[in-house]
Design a protein around this ligand. Structure first.
Ligand SMILES: Cc1cc2nc3c(=O)[nH]c(=O)nc-3n(C[C@H](O)[C@H](O)[C@H](O)COP(=O)(O)OP(=O)(O)OC[C@H]3O[C@@H](n4cnc5c(N)ncnc54)[C@H](O)[C@@H]3O)c2cc1C
Length: 402
């Protein structure tokens, strides 16, 4: 793993001093801290100076892909023999926090690539598929996307209409996917479609194959520095060796989503910490009525509530990471953490924006960008409502969303 040397960055409105109110640092290993420091420095050096402009221009900087690969941010928990970093799930979480501090777009690229592309190839793929795709994905020579959502099927992927037909030597894939992160820049797509028996199957589709196109979706007000688009399959010939051999049914994509949701639970904390850091420092500098606004009780209440919520989210993520490392994290626990931590971050962004008054709406500070991004984060990988229903189902034994 190549790690960039620390550099000074003069483009941040304030130095980044994330809160650690309950000394969670003591719970991290030296390896976690080294990784965190490398990613934080990269974000300071490579993302912060360009991200506001990128969001204005609706532009994803493709150089990020190779740089993230060099940093070891792709597939950190994938074993080294397949090009990953062989680290634990807390390291993955720490990386997601640091990336989302830069922008949810960067974390989205890394978490889709890691949890929704590398994870299924590693977990469900044949040995040949792993050797063919994982090293290039880990290094950033290849970029991947994940096609589950369709124009007519979002929260209910079981109703998917994409289909494969067995033609003897290969399958024919037809259908369309929508709202796909990395779509038009991806070299490969992990795609889920039903076979002739209505069973969901997963496969790796390469961008050069005839009949496959990936138009970009424009005009988003959220995740503007991320590529989102469609995947269109018109009689695409998929060789049989590209279909995941064993996994069948919705369990496959849902296992991928669990991995991605876990990363989001950590990532959202980074966006919240960036908003809090900005609001705290601004409130100490900005004077009204001859005092810093931080001296007013109402502003202190806001800041105190924000740091409390961030601390609770940090502890939830850390405990979830321990459970994940031990193979004990349940899908319902992951749903609870994703649901809580993203809502927390969105509320923190809204409160922090108010502390900055009018300045809070400008691109001179990161808060409004985070706030708009988090509107996507609270919807994708399962909406906030669906995660509440997963928790509701887990605690009552009654499944309320079918
Ligand atoms: C920027 C972005 C990137 C994305 N990237 C990807 C990607 O890479 N790959 C991919 O496959 N998908 C991706 N998605 C899609 C995302 O996962 C879906 O948007 C999400 O699952 C919700 O589906 P939907 O938008 O169709 O909403 P719908 O399912 O139509 O839901 C609309 C509303 O109805 C509510 N609702 C639905 N069903 C119920 C119910 N049973 N009970 C109560 N309320 C309900 C929902 O909570 C929501 O509030 C992305 C989305 C965005 C915005």
């Amino acid at each position: 793993m190549f790690i960039f040397a620390p550099t000074k960055n003069n483009n941040m409105p304030y130095p980044y001093n994330p809160p650690d109110y309950f000394q969670i640092d003591e719970l991290l290993s030296e390896e976690h801290k080294i990784v965190r420091s490398a990613i934080r420095d990269w974000v300071n050096r490579s993302v912060v100076p360009v991200i506001d402009q990128a969001a204005h221009e609706h532009k994803f900087h493709e150089r990020f892909i190779k740089e993230l690969g060099e940093l070891g941010a792709f597939g950190p928990f994938i074993p080294t023999e397949y090009g990953g970093a062989g680290m634990d799930h807390i390291a993955y979480g720490v990386i997601m926090t640091e990336l989302e501090r830069g922008d949810s777009a960067i974390r989205s690229t890394a978490s889709v690539h890691t949890s929704l592309v590398m994870y299924p190839i590693f977990t469900f793929g044949s040995e040949e598929q792993k050797r063919k795709y994982l090293p290039g994905l880990a290094s950033g020579d290849l970029i991947g996307c994940f096609g589950l959502t369709e124009p007519n099927q979002g929260s209910d992927p079981g109703g998917m209409e994409a289909k494969i037909k067995d033609m003897g030597g290969h399958y024919l894939l037809n259908g369309a996917k929508m709202w796909i992160t990395n779509s038009s820049i991806a070299d490969i797509a992990v795609v889920w479609a039903k076979d002739e028996n209505g069973i969901v199957r997963g496969m790796v589709v390469e961008k050069e194959w005839t009949g496959f196109s990936a138009p970009e979706t424009h005009n988003k007000w959220s995740l503007r520095a991320s590529v989102t688009g469609e995947l269109v399959f018109d009689d695409v010939k998929v060789p049989k060796e590209n279909v995941f051999p064993e996994i069948k049914g919705l369990k496959g994509p849902l296992m991928c989503l669990n991995s991605a949701r876990y990363g989001i639970a950590w990532g959202a904390i980074g966006a919240a910490m960036d908003c809090y850091n900005t609001a705290l420092q601004y409130s100490l500098e900005r004077k009204q009525f001859n005092k810093p606004i931080a001296a007013f009780q109402l502003q202190q209440k806001k800041l105190a509530e924000i740091v409390t919520e961030i601390t609770k989210a940090q502890l939830l993520a850390w405990r979830l990471g321990k459970l994940k490392n031990e193979g004990k994290a349940t899908p319902a626990q992951i749903s609870m953490a994703k649901c809580n931590n993203v809502e927390m971050a969105l509320n923190v962004a809204r409160e922090s924006r108010q502390i900055l008054g009018a300045m809070g709406i400008t691109g001179d500070f990161p808060i409004m960008r985070h706030m708009m991004n988090l509107e996507s984060v609270i919807t994708y990988e399962g909406t906030h409502d669906i995660h509440l229903l997963i928790t509701g189902s887990d605690i009552t034994g009654i499944h309320a969303f079918e």
